[in-house]
Design a protein around this ligand. Structure first.
Ligand SMILES: Nc1ncnc2c1ncn2[C@@H]1O[C@H](COP(=O)(O)OP(=O)(O)OP(=O)(O)O)[C@@H](O)[C@H]1O
Length: 376
């Protein structure tokens, strides 16, 4: 079955009108389309002012699109690419010449400019990243964010891992966010605010999105969430060193990056690439964390270095970046993540709980330093 053309999809969208006779495409541009397993995914770029007008038309649009040959289901999402045009509305992310987003900054290390309007009340943004997938980046991001909250900071956690959002499960969040005046309110759990694409769409849908849809969704997660005043926003980055990472680093100014790796050579090689990417973008690397560093048998206490041990510490030393600590491989870490209560909450004094709290304590010092610098 051939995919419906953009022109055909636009024809159908033009037939869906609001009470004033305006069509969806009077207020939005067709951004990306994809047919996968009978489901037609459509992304529409719009501005925040118009999003509230278009939203009520989406169910009718999805129903109309189902009439296309080969389409059994349709999903239309709005992405806030275009700057708001109506007076008196919140500013959308400013577009740079050439169509990209203007790099924004928070006055972090390196003498870069102040944070732009995309996150006006967020003092510091910190990325948690890994070169390789599955090394425990999200588990680290969640425990770090909650640990920073325990340090007395106002914390937000953004799950930017569009292809594999795990924040809802790890934080025990399942209800969709409330939308007020076209802006999403983050959900609150374990003392912090949180937002994830997994709260907005079925996880399986997000996993098959292609580039433009991913970028649109990321832009929306950054620009359309009412974070309120935060000392620090922790961003769980997608794994790897591709376009999504570069775009994210351009859209918000990162005060620093925490790199997560297991001790294996293959993971360390990817971690090195991640560090090189951040350095190229002038983002300070706050340090490396070694996850799954060692295993202690819960019955006899015998310690085994399953994936080797100390590789990340040695790598950090050779690259000249700080080493932020070792997290053991423990069934309790996985079990508490699966149960929606991070181990810093469920077992704060366990070896794993203490390791994450020590990491949070170190990162909190960086956040406080950045805050003091801004206040001077
Ligand atoms: N130290 C640990 N001990 C035990 N299990 C762990 C540990 N760290 C992570 N896990 C488990 O490993 C799995 C992968 O972890 P996680 O989702 O944090 O990795 P990730 O690097 O974010 O993966 P992805 O690249 O898919 O986003 C999860 O089931 C998690 O609970």
């Amino acid at each position: 079955m051939t995919e419906p053309t953009s022109a055909r999809i636009a024809d159908i969208l033009r037939q869906v009108r609001d009470a004033d006779g305006a069509t969806i495409l009077d207020h939005a541009a067709l951004d990306a389309t994809m047919l996968r397993d009978g489901t037609l995914h459509v992304a529409l770029a719009t501005d925040r002012a118009a999003a509230g007008r278009i939203q009520p038309l989406l169910p009718a649009a999805e129903q109309a699109l189902r009439a296309l040959p080969g389409v059994t289901a349709a999903s239309v999402i709005l992405t806030a690419h275009r700057p708001a045009s109506a007076p008196g509305t919140a500013p959308a992310p400013a577009a740079a010449p050439g169509g990209g987003h203007r790099p924004l900054n928070l006055g972090g290390p390196g003498g870069r400019p102040a944070q732009g309007p995309i996150l006006p009340e967020v003092r510091t943004v910190i990325a948690v990243a890994s070169g390789k997938g599955g090394v425990g980046k999200s588990t680290t991001a969640v425990n770090l964010a909650v640990g920073l909250g325990m340090e007395g900071l106002r914390v937000g956690l953004l799950d930017a891992d569009i292809h594999g959002p795990s924040l809802p499960r790890m934080m025990g969040l399942h209800q969709p966010p409330q939308v007020r005046e076209g802006r999403m309110a983050p959900l609150e759990a374990w003392g912090i605010r949180a937002m994830s694409i997994g709260l907005l769409v079925d996880e399986r849908q997000a996993m098959i999105w292609r580039g433009p849809m991913v970028m649109g969704a990321l832009g929306q997660l950054l620009g359309d969430v009412e974070w309120g005043a935060l000392d620090v926003l922790v961003v769980d980055m997608p794994p790897g060193t591709g376009d999504a990472q570069l775009t994210l680093a351009q859209k918000v100014s990162l005060a620093g990056a925490v790199i997560v790796s297991t001790p294996q050579d293959i993971a360390l090689l990817d971690a090195r690439r991640g560090i090189a990417m951040f350095e190229k973008m002038n983002v300070p690397v706050l340090g490396m964390v070694e996850n799954m560093s060692y295993f202690c048998c819960p019955n006899c206490g015998h310690r085994t270095d399953l994936f080797g041990h100390g590789g990340a510490r040695a790598e950090a030393e050779s690259l000249g970046v700080p080493f932020l600590g070792e997290i053991p491989l423990l069934a309790d870490i996985r079990a508490s993540a699966d149960a929606g209560a991070p181990i810093v909450i469920s077992a704060p004094d366990s070896p794993a709980g203490q390791a994450y709290r020590a990491l949070a304590h170190t990162v909190a010092a960086t956040v406080r330093r950045a805050k003091e610098k801004q206040e001077k």
